[in-house]
Design a protein around this ligand. Structure first.
Ligand code: PL4
Length: 408
C-alpha cells in the first residue's frame, strides 16, 4: 500500500472552523428549540460575508458570465490573470506605495488569499524556519505543518514554529528581537484575530527587522479595506524597503463580498531574492503556473467592476456596513465590562475573559446566548482566554446577538 505523507500525522485533528461548525450542529441537534426564530443560533463565528454583492460589482459579474456565451466575448484559461485587472489593482490599491508603481508581472491573480498562502509554501519547502504572530490565522501554521516546515504538536504549539506573542501588554505587536534570522514570517494587518492594525512606525520596524535579519515576510492584507484611519498603511509596500523583504497576499473576499466568488491576488516584487540570489518572482511564476490554472474569468470581470469608481464606492459602503456591526459588538462588550480591542479598522473584536479557557467561554456563550463565536486559543497559545467576535452578519442578527450577550 502507498505510505501516508508523514506530515499529515503531525497536524492536530480538526481544522478550527469546521470544528466550530460541528459544535454548532451538535448544539442545534441537542436543542430542538433553536429551530424557532426567537431562540435560533446566530453566528458571530467564522468571518464569512453575509450581504448581497452590490449592483455595480454584481453587474460586472453578470456581464462577465454573459460575454462567455458569445463568440466575441468567450475566453478560456487565463493563467496569470487579465492584464487589465493587474494594472487596475496596481492603480487602485497601490497608489500610495513607496518608490515605483507595481508592474503587472509583479501581481498574480488568484482564487483567494488562503489558496495562495498554501501554494506559497511550495517556494520554501520543508526545511524552512517559520514564525507567526501569536495569535494568527490558523492557515499559516497548519499549512507549514502540512509542508513539513513544522513538526508535531507539543502541547501548546507545533515544533519548529516561532510564536511571537501579540498581547495587550505589547499593544498586539510582536517583539521583533525574537524573530529568528532567515525565517518566513507571516504578518497580518489589520490582524485576524486581534483586529490590531499596525501603524506606519510598527511596519517600518517590521521591514527593518526583515531586511536586517534576512527574513521573508508574507504580509496578509486581506482586511486592508477596513482601515479607516488615514494614518495607517494599507500595504507593506507603503514602507520604504518593503519590496525587498515582503510578499503581499490580498483578496476581494472581504471588501467586495467575494468569499463565494473567489478572487484574490499576490504581489511578488522583482526585488525579492533568496539567499542564493535567485528571483522569488520568477519562481512564483513557475510554481503558480504549474499548480494553478488561473482564476475564474467571471470573477475577474467582477473584480474589474469593483475597481471602477462606482465599484470602489460600493466596496467602501460594504466595509462600512460590517464596521457598523463591529461597533455594535464592541460597544455592548464594553458596556458589559468585558475588555476588548479591534473593530475600528477591522471586522474582528478580540475580547478577553481573564483566567478562563477559550473553549469553555465559547460553550457558555453558545449555551446562554445561542451565539457562535470563535475561541481565541484556536489562533495560537496567546489566544487562550480570548474570544473572537466576527462582525460579518445581517444587522438584525447582530443587534439580536448583542442583546443576548447581556445574559453572560
Ligand atoms: C473560514 C487573514 C476567515 N473557510 O477568502 P480568501 O481565501 O481570499 O481569504 C481568506 C483569509 C485570508 N487571510 C486572512 C483571513 O482571515 C482569511 C479568512 N478568514 C476567518 O474567519 O478567519 C474565514 C475562515 C475559511 C478559512 O478556513 O479560511
Amino acid at each position: 500500500m502507498i505510505q501516508r505523507n508523514p506530515c499529515i500525522a503531525n497536524i492536530k485533528a480538526g481544522y478550527l472552523f469546521p470544528e466550530i461548525a460541528k459544535r454548532r450542529r451538535d448544539y442545534a441537534a441537542a436543542h430542538p428549540e433553536t429551530a424557532q426564530r426567537e431562540t435560533r443560533i446566530i453566528s458571530l463565528g467564522v468571518g464569512n460575508t453575509t450581504e448581497p454583492i452590490l449592483p455595480h460589482i454584481g453587474g460586472g459579474l453578470a456581464e462577465g458570465a454573459r460575454r462567455l456565451t458569445t463568440a466575441e466575448g468567450y475566453s478560456g484559461y487565463q493563467d496569470e490573470g487579465l492584464l487589465e485587472l493587474r494594472e487596475k489593482i496596481a492603480a487602485v490599491f497601490y497608489k500610495n506605495i513607496a518608490g515605483e508603481a507595481l508592474k503587472p508581472d509583479e501581481i498574480f491573480i488568484s482564487d483567494g488569499a488562503k489558496c495562495d498562502i498554501g501554494r506559497l509554501q511550495l517556494l520554501f519547502g520543508a526545511g524552512t524556519a517559520v514564525a507567526v504572530q501569536d495569535p494568527s490565522y490558523p492557515v499559516y501554521v497548519d499549512g507549514s505543518v502540512l509542508i513539513g516546515a513544522a513538526g508535531a504538536w507539543q502541547g501548546s504549539g507545533y515544533a519548529g514554529i516561532s510564536y511571537l506573542p501579540c498581547t495587550a501588554e505589547n499593544g498586539y505587536f510582536p517583539d521583533l528581537s525574537a524573530l529568528p534570522a532567515g525565517c518566513l514570517f507571516y504578518f497580518c494587518s489589520p490582524n485576524n484575530p486581534t483586529g490590531a492594525a499596525a501603524s506606519r512606525d510598527q511596519l517600518s520596524a517590521l521591514v527593518k527587522a526583515g531586511r536586517d535579519k534576512g527574513v521573508l515576510i508574507i504580509f496578509d492584507a486581506a482586511y486592508a479595506e477596513y482601515i479607516r484611519d488615514p494614518a495607517l498603511p494599507k500595504s507593506i509596500y507603503e514602507i520604504d524597503g518593503g519590496r525587498e523583504c515582503a510578499i503581499e497576499v490580498n483578496s476581494f473576499s472581504k471588501p467586495a463580498g467575494f468569499t463565494g466568488v473567489r478572487l484574490g491576488w499576490t504581489v511578488v516584487p522583482k526585488e525579492l531574492r533568496y539567499a542564493g540570489g535567485e528571483s522569488v518572482n520568477a519562481d512564483w511564476a513557475r510554481v503558480a503556473g504549474t499548480v494553478f490554472n488561473g482564476a475564474s474569468n467571471i470573477a475577474q470581470a467582477g473584480a474589474l467592476a469593483a475597481l471602477d469608481e462606482e465599484g470602489v464606492k460600493e466596496m467602501k459602503a460594504l466595509c462600512d456596513f460590517y464596521l457598523g456591526n463591529a461597533a455594535l459588538i464592541r460597544d455592548r462588550l464594553r458596556k458589559l465590562g468585558i475588555p476588548c480591542v479591534g473593530g475600528d479598522n477591522s471586522p474582528y473584536i478580540w475580547a478577553q475573559f481573564p483566567g478562563r479557557d477559550s473553549w469553555e467561554v465559547f460553550n457558555e456563550i453558545l449555551e446562554k446566548c445561542q451565539v457562535v463565536t470563535t475561541p481565541g486559543s484556536g489562533f495560537g497559545p496567546a489566544g487562550q482566554s480570548f474570544i473572537r467576535f466576527s462582525a460579518f452578519g445581517h444587522r438584525a442578527d447582530v443587534e439580536e446577538a448583542v442583546r443576548r450577550l447581556a445574559r453572560l
